[in-house]
Write a protein that binds this ligand. Structure first.
Ligand SMILES: Nc1nc2c(ncn2[C@@H]2O[C@H](COP(=O)(O)OP(=O)(O)O)[C@@H](O)[C@H]2O)c(=O)[nH]1
Ligand SMILES: [Mg+2]
Length: 526
């Protein structure tokens, strides 16, 4: 430092000083002038005004920051089954309750306790009958929750707190430990300044105070946000686990067909069914239900229409549910199931079919006015599907067939404008739609009138198909839960199989070990 100072030619330094001097003189001259002109008070007033405006702006910006941070929070997953709602409410309540004072960042151990509290809330919700529900947690699953929650938290911090990619939670905690020491240093520094330069010290003290205040607020906010997010993240994964969605493997459960669908794909009727079919993702399963002769088979034919040759007829009789492969624009791969008349299938069978479905098309004939039995079958089915809190009920569309048979029966001149029905046919179709919606208790928008008669197919490719696409989001959620369920069962079986295999090997080796003693047993090992 000294060497540098010596090397600098001091006369050179004088040049900028000389240049600056007249400008520096402006301040005292200006003040003097203000006093002469009697404007000093005005100036002081202006200084206070701008100061206050700056302070207000600071508060406003800080509030914006706060809002942004707090707006960024983990929300419940829309794919969760209905049973998760109550558990999430508990997690939210716990997150709201956490007080930064109770959970100082420097005490890393306490974070573990907070995680445990969260897990206990969720576990207790899903297993109210068990004394210590946390013990139900398997070790791999417990580790998985902590790993994923921490990973997520790290990601949201990197995204939302500037420069945090260089910080770990540990580093933040360490910085906090240094805080008292740093504050003491700062205090000394301020006192020093006070002595040397009173005005500057006054200003900077005020500035420090403002900033310090702002920072203190933000720091506590940050702390609180971190704690809440921690609770929410752990809660999220705990809910995923207890509602049966947390799988030990990271692969997408929908990426390959379930055992059930693989079988169905093999026997499915469809054009150009290739070997690839069983290698693709899990197909969307669409179930066609309704009374016999309501037009179920015709509906499948009409949906296949574009892709199948007109001569390609479906089998006349449909014993159990028959799978067909449906390939259309906007749909990856789907299996559509034709069924015998709903009145011929036992209630139990109907439920089993529906539980494996991601969407239900209920065919109802427009010219058959008595829908009491249909309503009963549909009500029973809906009640059973709604009772399962671990699944979402598949979306349902009512396909109103035989609209060409409505009065006047001989007239058939599509298209019909059903939103503004003018002629008798349109009016009767609109009335039938309203009647079916009432009879079967479905929203009117979910009743799609179609004609499926050979050569007269109407409203299938446009209206019905669009309505089906609108249900796709919901159907895919149903498929996801269905797949997760199936995978978990597969996982459990695979684990159990492995455990049994190990146990079996042990048992087989046992007699030999017993006979040969420890020496022999050691030789047996590979
Ligand atoms: N006129 C007319 N006939 C239809 C319509 N839909 C189906 N059908 C006829 O109704 C009969 C029963 O249809 P089908 O698809 O076999 O009914 P499923 O028993 O429910 O499979 C068949 O003769 C079809 O041609 C329609 O919209 N209009
Ligand atoms: Mg049929």
């Amino acid at each position: 430092m000294k060497a540098l100072w010596r090397r600098l030619d001091r006369w050179w330094l004088l040049i900028p000083l000389l240049w600056l001097l007249p400008f520096a003189a402006l301040l005292p001259i200006g003040l003097l002038w203000l006093r002469e002109a009697g404007l000093l008070l005005v100036w002081v007033g202006l200084v206070s005004f701008f100061g206050a405006a700056g302070y207000g702006l600071h508060l406003w910006l800080a509030r914006g920051q706060r809002r942004e941070l707090f707006g960024e929070q983990t929300r419940p997953n829309p794919d969760w089954p209905p049973a998760a709602d109550g558990a999430w409410a508990l997690v939210e309540a716990l997150a709201e309750r956490v007080d930064p004072e109770d959970w100082p960042l420097e005490e890393g151990m306490k974070f573990g306790l907070l995680a445990q509290q969260t897990l206990e809330e969720v576990a207790g919700y899903f297993h109210p009958e068990v004394d210590q529900p946390l013990l139900e947690l398997t070790l791999p699953h417990g580790l998985l929750i902590i790993e994923r929650a921490s990973r997520d938290l790290r990601e949201s911090i990197t995204e939302h707190i500037p420069f945090s990619h260089r910080l770990s939670v540990g580093a933040v905690a360490r910085a906090y430990r240094w805080k008292p020491f740093a504050e003491r240093l700062l205090g000394l520094y301020r006192v020093g300044q006070w002595v040397v330069n009173p005005t500057h010290a006054l200003l900077s003290e005020a500035w420090q105070h403002l900033r310090g205040h702002g920072y203190a607020m933000a720091r506590e906010d940050l702390h609180r946000w971190l704690l809440r997010e921690f609770v929410r993240k752990v809660g999220t994964y705990a809910i995923e686990l207890y509602s049966g969605r947390l799988l030990l493997s990271d692969t997408d459960p929908v990426s390959r067909p379930t055992v059930r669908s693989a079988q169905d794909l093999k026997v499915a009727v469809g054009v150009g069914v290739s070997e690839e079919a069983t290698q693709g993702p899990e197909p969307l399963r669409i179930l066609v239900l309704g009374r016999s002769n309501s037009g179920k088979s015709s509906l499948i034919n009409a949906l296949f229409g574009q892709l199948r040759a007109a001569t390609d007829l479906l089998p006349a009789t449909t014993g159990a549910a028959t799978p067909y492969r449906l390939e259309r624009e906007g749909l990856e791969v789907a299996l559509i199931f034709d069924t015998p008349g709903a009145e011929q299938v036992k209630r139990e069978g109907l439920r089993t079919l529906a539980e494996e479905a991601d969407m239900i098309l209920w065919a109802s004939a427009a010219h058959r006015a008595d829908r009491r039995s249909e309503r009963e079958a549909l009500d029973a089915l809906r009640a059973e599907l709604a009772a399962r809190s671990d699944r979402r009920p598949p979306p349902l569309l009512v396909v109103l067939t035989h609209i060409d048979r409505l009065r006047p029966p001989r007239e058939w001149r599509p298209p019909y404008d059903l939103s503004h029905p003018a002629d008798p046919k349109s009016k009767n179709i609109a009335a039938a739609v309203a009647a079916v919606a009432g009879d079967l208790e479905v929203p009117i928008a979910k009743v799609i009138p179609v004609c499926l008669a050979e050569g007269r197919v109407y409203n299938v490719d446009d209206t019905l198909w669009v309505a089906m696409l609108e249900q796709m989001d919901q159907a895919q959620r149903v498929r996801l839960l269905r797949c997760q369920d199936a995978r978990r069962r597969e996982e459990n079986w695979a684990l159990l199989g492995r455990q049994l295999a190990t146990a079996g090997r042990l048992l087989l080796a046992l007699p030999r070990r017993m006979a040969g003693g420890p020496e022999k047993a050691r030789e047996d090992r590979p």
